[in-house]
Write a protein that binds this ligand. Structure first.
Ligand code: AMP
Length: 148
């Protein structure tokens, strides 16, 4: 056991403010000399019948335009952060569940997410950051995002 983070998982939804969250995760990984992984969960495009697994290989052509676009976004951001090819996760499912699952399976000890600072009914209905904060088995850093 060490008090230094060793494996940081960055959860990215490709929204406008993703760069800010990514920059914080990168800086943390530099400070702690920790491995950095990245995950994006596909929750709004259909899973093709040909898919056998919920984890999408990034090195294979899928013949699906929407999926290719998401893959390329993940590859671009992972390249810009210099994230190892084996540390890039594109998975189908419910973001909060899949992010926690990848963190568990890959033994990440810190998850970095963005948070819009919701309150009231919106918070009760549940944000991804809030759910991860309550259910993750490791530490979570929520980067405060300001709405434009
Ligand atoms: P939200 O609660 O939807 O505003 O999302 C808050 C944060 O959760 C985002 O800034 C991301 O860090 C993460 N997140 C939300 N949706 C996804 C997704 N589909 N894939 C990966 N991370 C996500």
């Amino acid at each position: 056991m060490t008090d230094k983070y060793q494996h940081i998982l960055l959860a990215i939804d490709f929204s406008e403010q993703s760069e800010l969250i990514a920059a914080k995760a990168k800086e943390l990984s530099r400070l702690y000399r920790a491995k950095l992984s990245i995950v994006h969960v596909l929750d709004n495009i259909a899973m093709p019948d040909t898919a056998y697994d919920t984890v999408i290989p990034l090195d294979q052509d899928s013949h699906d335009e929407a999926l290719e676009a998401e893959k390329n976004k993940l590859i671009d951001i992972a390249d810009s952060l210099d994230i190892d090819r084996n540390c890039r996760w594109l998975v189908w499912g419910v973001p909060k569940q899949e992010i926690i699952q990848v963190a568990d399976e890959q033994q990440a000890d810190l998850i970095v997410v963005g948070s819009h600072g919701r309150h009231g009914l919106e918070l009760l209905l549940g944000s991804t950051a809030n759910a991860i904060l309550h259910h993750a088995n490791c530490d979570v850093i929520a980067v405060r995002l300001r709405d434009a």
